[in-house]
Ligand binder design. Structure first.
Ligand SMILES: *Cc1c(COP(=O)(O)O)cnc(C)c1O
Length: 404
């Protein structure tokens, strides 16, 4: 009998997985045989131009980043076998926290093993049932989970919709909530939308609310010197709490952070559960991240090249006859609308040597199927031209170009 009950569990999983496969929602892993970069080798030995990494500054497979990691590895060793407060804090962790604060224009910063942990551990220590969290509907899963872990009342506003945000602020005010905090991704990874932080800060001031932004798709490249969305929108120093990742533009290995006023960060060091109960960031990652911050603080060359590549790709892909979501972010959604077409298209691009990802319902709304291109500073003009030629060819073959 108990054996039967156990079998039912495994059979249930098998059925659910088959359903995912049947619905085309099963996510296979793509296996690379090379390091990350503008070009990668797939498992079968083929060389592909990579248009789907969050490797915005091209630092993931970069030799200088690797050298900095090696130097930190040699000096600080492989790991610490400890959480931060027992014996897992080295000088390199303190230096990185200071460097991040300086880079972001904040007072203090706390490191996590991932941005997922930073977002998971930021709400519960700071807000309770007397408070209100006012959250963009398209916020990242880790923000949503972090908000769920805290007892504050939740208010959701339609993505990037400032009128709805104001309505939710009014509702939270009418409910007599003590603290209110507006929570948004700085840049949204599906559409490349950049949050209107200037307007959000205005509304926050009007309603006495705090602001929290997740800068995972912004830190290192948005804004004239790459500080992020707050620089892009001219509100440096006006955002209360900034979370972000070291696993995208800022080196690409892993690690996350929360940054803000001293009393916020100190509270998180005392009470944030992913910080208290999870191992410290590996010192080689801290050392390499420090070198990355130093490099991009001295020169805007990488973010400038990224933005040039982005502007070039956005202009050329439209000229060829594709529809994109307008904007300036290096995330470029190329709209194919129909899910089977997007699937066929991504598969054909793969045959033509271009790695990119397709997104369909339910990841994006019905009728908004797309392939998502992500530009990198590591892409050469020649590689972009090769990718654009492949887009044109696949587009012609499938008869989906606007102009012809
Ligand atoms: C990628 C991402 C995260 C998670 O970052 P990790 O450091 O990989 O955990 C969190 N928030 C946003 C908006 C992201 O895009």
């Amino acid at each position: 009998m108990s054996e039967q009950a156990k079998n039912a569990f495994y059979t249930g999983l098998q059925n659910n997985l088959s359903t995912l496969r049947d619905q085309g929602l099963f996510k296979p892993e793509r296996v690379l045989a090379s390091r990350q970069g503008a070009e990668v080798q797939s498992e079968d030995g083929r060389t592909l131009i990579n248009m789907c990494a969050n490797n915005y500054l091209g630092l993931s497979g970069d030799a200088e980043t690797q050298k900095a990691a090696e130097a930190a590895l040699a000096k600080y060793g492989y790991g610490l076998s400890s959480v931060r407060f027992i014996c897992g804090t080295q000088t390199v962790h303190k230096e990185l926290e200071q460097a991040l604060s300086k880079f972001l224009g904040t007072e203090d910063t706390i490191l996590y093993a991932a941005a997922f942990d930073a977002n998971g551990g930021v709400f519960e220590p700071l807000f309770d049932e007397n408070d209100a969290i006012i959250s963009d509907a398209l916020n990242h899963a880790s923000l949503i989970d972090g908000i769920r872990l805290c007892k504050a009342a939740r208010y959701r506003y339609a993505n990037n919709d400032m009128a709805d945000l104001e309505a939710q602020l009014q509702a939270a005010t009418a409910a007599g909530k003590r603290h209110k905090v507006i929570v948004t991704d700085g840049a949204f990874s599906m559409d490349g939308t950049i949050a209107q932080l200037d307007k959000i800060v205005e509304l926050a001031e009007k309603y006495g609310a705090l602001t929290l932004i997740d800068e995972s798709h912004a830190s290192g490249f948005l804004g004239a010197t790459g500080r992020g969305t707050h620089e892009h929108c001219g509100v440096i120093g006006k955002i209360d709490i900034i979370t972000g990742t070291l696993g995208k533009a800022l080196g690409g290995a892993m690690g996350g952070f929360t940054s803000g006023r001293k009393e916020v960060i100190e509270t998180l060091r005392q009470k944030s559960r992913p910080y208290l109960f999870s191992n410290t960031l590996a010192p080689m990652i801290a050392g390499a991240s420090l070198a990355v911050l130093d490099r991009i603080s001295k020169s805007t060359e990488l973010r400038d090249r990224l933005m040039e590549n982005t502007a070039y790709f956005r202009k050329e892909i439209e000229r060829i006859g594709f529809t994109i979501k307008p904007g300036t972010h290096p995330v470029v959604p190329v709209m194919l609308f129909d899910a089977p077409v997007a699937q066929k298209f991504a598969a054909r691009m793969f045959e033509l040597g271009v790695l990119l990802s397709g997104f369909f319902y339910p990841v994006v709304p019905m009728g908004q199927a797309r392939v998502r291109v992500q530009l990198s500073a590591a892409h050469t003009r020649e590689q972009l031209d090769t990718v654009l030629a492949a887009f044109e060819q696949a587009g012609k073959e499938l008869g989906i170009l606007k102009n012809n």
